[in-house]
Design a protein around this ligand. Structure first.
Ligand code: GZL
Length: 348
């Protein structure tokens, strides 16, 4: 009797055990279930496709250039075209012809162009960019500022690669102070770039910081739009009013060249009767210093393309960059005994 009962009990327990689900390694163990003797095997997780790693060969750049207003810009454009070829990237070049409306339209065109992966811009003016920057972000196209900064909207562009224009102005003011040291009068005229442009605003600011500290008075200041012709016209008009000027600050080389022509035609000796300082340090400025008509030029490096393209590729690969990567620059002097050799070694 007892044997039959024991058999039935064993049989029942065997049947009950067989119905219990086994602790399946792939299921999360029930909290109060006995710990599995082996580490549970992780369920395979669906893996995402690896993010694309961009190379220059993949990259199509939409580059919005200001125009072709002088030697600095020619060197800057050459830098972008030559470096694109060297790196094997596809460059779509847009000449804004120094017209802000055209540059904004070109920006919109690159946003809508499915071939363009990243947009690079040398902005003609510091304002007017909010909508296109927002549209570019919505289109997933990184924006890099080259050469010139804009006001605000740092969250809408990756980085600005270009000079410290305020520092360039400070350097020019410091050099004008040296040139006018001991002068009884320190009247200076300033030829300004296009109104609203970062270099025009910032160079003027920096110049006044250091020039006014040594007693210089900026008697006249007017735009001559970066050009030789307008630099000459503005200086001629000023000379008709007065020849009581001891120094001229051209915010770029071309405007200084125009002033030099006007001074000569008015019977004044440039760099002697009137000290002349410019910014850019183009080949033309070195020639003017070698001719003895320009006292000083403050360098502004136009050969930015390698750094800018590197930043564009980094942006496409999701890297975070500083909001400003300043370019390194120097100052050059007419009185430098090595000036001829320095000029011979320059790329622009
Ligand atoms: C400076 C650049 C300026 C040059 C001018 O980075 O934007 O524009 O100084 C040029 O010669 O027109």
């Amino acid at each position: 009797m007892f044997k039959k009962l024991a058999f039935l009990i064993v049989l029942a327990s065997m049947i009950l055990t067989a119905c219990q689900p086994a602790v399946v390694a792939t299921e999360a163990p029930v909290v109060d279930a006995p710990a599995a003797t082996e580490a549970p095997v992780e369920a395979p997780v669906a893996t995402e496709a690896p993010a694309k790693v961009w190379t220059y060969a993949d990259m199509t750049v939409g580059f919005l250039q200001t125009g072709s207003e002088g030697g600095w810009r020619a060197a800057n454009t050459a830098s972008f075209k030559e470096t694109a070829e060297q790196l094997g990237l596809n460059l779509k070049f847009y000449d804004s012809q120094n017209d802000l409306a055209k540059q904004v339209a070109g920006f919109q065109q690159f946003i809508e162009d499915p071939e363009v992966d990243v947009i690079i811009m040398s902005p003609l003016e510091v304002t007017g960019w909010e909508q296109v920057l927002k549209d570019a972000a919505a289109a997933g196209k990184p924006v890099i500022l080259s050469d010139r900064r804009i006001d605000g909207f740092e969250d809408l562009y990756v980085t600005f690669i270009g000079a410290d224009f305020v520092e360039e102005g400070r350097k020019a003011g410091t050099e004008m102070c040296k040139l006018l040291e001991g002068s009884e009068k320190k009247n200076v005229w300033e030829l300004v770039g296009n109104v609203g442009a970062a270099p025009a605003i910032d160079r003027g600011k920096g110049f006044r910081e250091t020039a006014e500290a040594c007693g210089i008075t900026v008697v006249n200041s007017q735009t001559a739009n970066w050009s030789v012709v307008e630099g000459k016209q503005v200086t001629e008009a000023w000379l008709k009013e007065s020849k009581d000027v001891q120094g001229i600050f051209g915010q770029n080389d071309e405007m200084a060249f125009g002033a030099i022509e006007a001074l000569k035609e008015a019977g004044l000796v440039p760099a002697v009767d009137v000290k002349i300082i410019s910014v850019d340090a183009t080949a033309g400025a070195f020639q003017a210093m070698l001719d003895g008509t320009l006292n000083v030029t403050v360098e502004c490096n136009p050969l930015l393309a390698p750094q800018v393209y590197e930043a564009a590729l980094a942006a496409l690969n999701g890297e975070t960059l500083p909001k400003w990567i300043p370019s390194q620059e120097s100052v050059f002097y007419m009185v430098d005994p090595n000036l001829k050799d320095i000029a011979a070694g320059r790329k622009y």
